[in-house]
Design a protein around this ligand. Structure first.
Ligand code: SF4
Length: 216
């Protein structure tokens, strides 16, 4: 979409936000089960290239076995690998989780930091994970760009970019700030149900009259 939006484009964006709100509500929900900021951080690191449902199955036992950041910091890497084996990239994830937990314990007083700079300085934490934490834990307006947001934002004509960081900045210019956190949640729900990667069902989609990819 153009850098400077026309009035018409702004109105279309607002109509899309309203349609999403009407369909999915305005509650902030998090699909990754957690009871604390550090649990969400670890669950989000685990969720790369893996479904939230699978992560939730694994973390149910994992957070009992390792009930604190200190426990993760002291974990044996091979043992942790076995604990998270059913999740992809378990070797890297295991290494990153231990390194991340160690730094949180030693340098951040066992607290999850709030700023994007501190968050992305942690092992295994990129912008996407950092924004999940900023939005869900600290309620800071930010846009999480995952595979659904990337794909569907293109379909909606909000971006032509491929790079998640560029998409994030472009969406920040286009979307009203009070929808930054919700947009990701709504688009994930849409992407898992109607606008799937393999088979977007435009005929069933409540956005079809606003979406340039629908053919309506
Ligand atoms: S109209 Fe089609 S392409 Fe557009 S968001 Fe809906 S399912 Fe996806």
């Amino acid at each position: 979409m153009a850098k400077r939006m026309t009035k018409k484009e702004k109105e279309r964006v607002n109509r899309i936000m309203k349609l999403l709100d009407n369909e999915y509500g305005t509650d902030n929900i998090c699909y990754l089960e957690h009871n604390s900021a550090w649990q969400l951080l670890i669950a989000t690191i685990l969720s790369a290239q893996c479904t939230d449902a699978r992560v939730n199955i694994v973390t149910k036992d994992l957070f009992v076995k390792y009930p604190s950041l200190e426990a993760f910091a002291a974990a044996d890497q091979k043992e942790l690998e076995e604990d998270i084996r059913s999740i992809g990239f378990y070797r890297n994830k295991s290494k990153n989780i231990i390194a991340c937990a160690k730094r949180l314990v030693t340098e951040f007083n066992s607290e999850v930091p709030e700023t994007i700079e501190d968050l992305v300085s942690l092992a295994g934490v990129g912008r996407k994970t950092a924004n999940v934490i900023r939005g869900n834990v600290f309620n800071q307006p930010c846009i999480v760009v995952d595979t659904h947001v990337k794909r569907i934002s293109k379909k909606l004509g909000f971006t032509k970019e491929d790079d998640p960081e560029k998409i994030e900045y472009e969406l920040m210019k286009i979307l009203p700030q009070d929808h930054w956190i919700l947009y990701n949640l709504h688009i994930i729900t849409l992407g898992r149900s109607i606008c799937t990667a393999r088979n977007p069902q435009c005929e069933k989609c409540f956005l079809k009259y606003e979406c340039p990819s629908s053919g309506y």
